[in-house]
Design a binder for this molecule. Sequence first.
Ligand SMILES: [Fe+2]
Length: 510
Amino acid sequence: MKLDNGTQRPGLVRREVAVRATAAVLGLSAVFGTGLATAAHADAQATPTGIVLGVGANESQRVVSWYSSAGTAQVVQIVPTSKLVKGQFPANTVTFPATVTANKVNGGYNGHATIDSLKQNTSYSYRVGVEGQWSPTYSFKTQDFNGNNFDFLFFGDPQIGSSGNTAKDGAGWMDTLNVALAADPQSELLVSGGDQVETANTETQWDAFLAPDKLRQYPWAATIGNHDVGGKAYEQHFWTPNTDRSAPYYNGDANTRSGGDYWFKYKNVLFIDINSNAYASGADAAHINYITNVVKTQGAGVKHTVLVYHHSIYSPADHANDGDNQLRRQDFPTAFSKLGVDLVLQGHDHSYSRSYLIKNGKKANPDEQPGAAEVFQGPGGVIYVTANSASGSKYYDLTAPDTTEDPNYGPDPLNPKSHWANSVENQEHVRTYVKVQVRGNKLVVEDIRSGTCAAPNAAVELGKVSWCGPNSGATAAQPVGSTVDKVVIHTNNSKADVDASAAAEAAWLQ
Ligand SMILES: [Fe+2]
């Protein structure tokens, strides 16, 4: 589809308040009844906004984060939905006190509370605030905690505001969430590829990003991108579990920028999320050390290890040969192979790619064919995925391999238009997201179209791109819900292999 191009151009001090001390031990911090709510009643100004459901440390936890107009005591109330009385929270509703902190930028406060001891296969209703000043009631549900099968969804660079039109970017973002979760309402996690917004501290962009109610119904596993890192709003909006905020995990000043590496377990998967903005001055080695420690201390009993960060190292488009990515391509892959990482989820390049099995930075099996529907991961085999734009705010076109830029990132002998590492590279200028089905020893990765060339598709609507559809627009756009790419990954589940790899990695790091 050819498009009519260019018709439109868009124009303190840190203060801990409330009940931090009692919120620290979350299992013990839940209180019953109305005592706390009564204590908080004096403040009717603490209007909660920007409420977002986040991941906890495991499948029995969720974290609720929000902004507040006041710094006084606030809580999350939660009850099994079946216990609501004519839509009202009963007297014995469980209450989790929040930690409320003064924002470092943009004024106001941010709060969060960790909800723990959730039961499996249960629908919950919750609200945020104080007596007399409650948020609307939201709901989420848990599923079977012991099952080895579950779905999660991965979203690349919503980057709200990137097109120059925040409303259009937000409309595409909301539509992708609605489409994805209508197609797969049983999904249990929404995983971020980073770049939630275009400009780190611009709250109108955060408002649009957080507008979809789906972000209050399914837990968001936040990832920091290069557009989020330059301010404190990212950390104010998202509280994440098991987070190491020491200096190596920031790209510069921790007082003015966001950062941190974190991990969580969800059923049989260990997720490790790192701040890839920090890469220079030994930060890559620090990330590897963090990942190594998490795998060593948390890897027992999990079937799969999924790594998430923003800057795709095998990106297929504009960022393919960025200097920082050339460095990460050297720094990361061997360590990931030795640590038994199964799947790496990345963003930044606003285009889709799925790698071949990569072992120690090289194609594991030279005979693996482009677009193979099924791959068998031996020890050290890692699949790297790059997500396209989930919002339609910006797309990058695929680029040809260029060994003058990076002699180590040349063409695929089996498909010379493509970079050697990638089995599939795709850009159609339509919104997509990645669905991952965890199925026992398999991970099924599928890139799915959540939009067409029609609105909402900000980059197309605003004339940022000149064509739309497969084959550079030569083919009609495919329908919403159709598959761009799908692969069944048979993961390497020999614990002995992984343990040996981890031990080798630990030795290698010394
Ligand atoms: Fe981005």
